[in-house]
Design a binder for this molecule. Structure first.
Ligand SMILES: [Zn+2]
Length: 299
């Protein structure tokens, strides 16, 4: 019988965190340790977190892990992780052997979407698109309570599509680190919003909403422009996928304009007679990644 306790592990750049959820998603235990910064030590750290949690709770857990990267379906090896020493390793297999059970490993944006679809802002909805707006722009897709990875395990990765319906202010297409020009990420991630308000080189957008609320015209214009671009990006998702909800996470997700200014702008480009797609703020905040990793083993 499958364990009814779920351990989720979240791989951050500086720490590794574990959460254990009870059968109904209640948090039973949460710990974090420093990320040791090398592969063998990281496997040992995860094993240590799981075994000590199980000893403390006196129960066996299922184990899911969220990583900032993906397991390639072709090779079975991690790729694109920003903890680069994870790349090229069969992390799920190695953890599974070390823990004597099957371990599920998923991209952290997919874990975010799964967390919010399981018992967060989009609980109970069928098709959920999770968007992470922070220093970058990621996404994940959950259908019927399961992550849809896709043939290449890139489903939901919309940040490096081009910004749709560009206008004069969006041109020429901005160069992106990925090698293409005009990527959505270069227009709607946090640094793009910061540059819109404060000029080239600005990185921090967190001060912009309070400045706008105080009547700063430059900040107000930057947020309006940002909302317009986000709405165009979301409209394209809706036209392809028509999700039951879009849930926003990441550092920008506490900005009110995403929930007030964006929805009225969707109708310009969504080919439905009235657009009802809920644009939702996440419920679990910084816990979404680790909770979603736990929910990789669904009820
Ligand atoms: Zn790009």
């Amino acid at each position: 019988m499958a364990p009814d306790l779920r351990a989720g592990i979240d791989f951050g750049g500086t720490k590794i965190e574990i959460i254990v959820l009870g059968p109904d998603g209640d948090q039973l235990l949460r710990r974090r340790v420093p990320n040791p910064g090398s592969y063998d030590a990281a496997v040992l750290a995860v094993v240590g977190l799981v075994t000590s949690a199980e000893a403390e709770l006196g129960r066996r857990c299922s184990v899911g892990v969220g990583i900032p990267g993906a397991i390639s379906p072709g090779t079975g090896l991690v790729r694109n992780a920003n903890s680069v020493w994870l790349n090229g390793h069969a992390f799920d297999r190695d953890l599974g052997e070390a823990l004597s059970r099957q371990v599920r490993v998923e991209n952290d944006a997919n874990c975010f979407a799964l967390s919010e679809a399981s018992d967060g802002a989009a609980a109970g909805l069928g098709v959920v698109f999770g968007v992470i707006l922070g220093t970058g722009c990621g996404g994940g897709l959950v259908i019927g309570g399961r992550v849809l990875g896709g043939l290449h395990r890139i489903a939901g990765e919309w940040g490096h599509n081009p910004l749709p319906w560009p206008d004069a202010a969006d041109l020429p297409p901005r160069p992106c680190f990925c090698g293409n020009n005009g990527c959505i990420e270069r227009y709607i991630a946090g640094p793009a919003l910061a540059e819109e308000c404060d000029g080239p080189g600005a990185r921090d957008a967190s001060h912009i909403p309070p400045r706008a609320a105080a009547g700063d015209a430059v900040a107000i214009a930057a947020l309006a422009r940002h909302a317009d671009r986000v709405a165009r990006g979301f409209a394209q998702i809706i036209n392809v996928l028509d999700p039951d909800a879009i849930v926003i996470g990441g550092g920008l997700s506490n900005m009110a304009h995403l929930y007030t200014a964006v929805p009225p702008l969707l109708g310009r480009h969504v080919i439905a007679d009235s657009v009802r797609t809920p644009i939702l703020r996440n419920v679990h905040g910084d816990s979404s990644g680790v909770r979603g990793a736990a929910w990789l083993w669904p009820k």
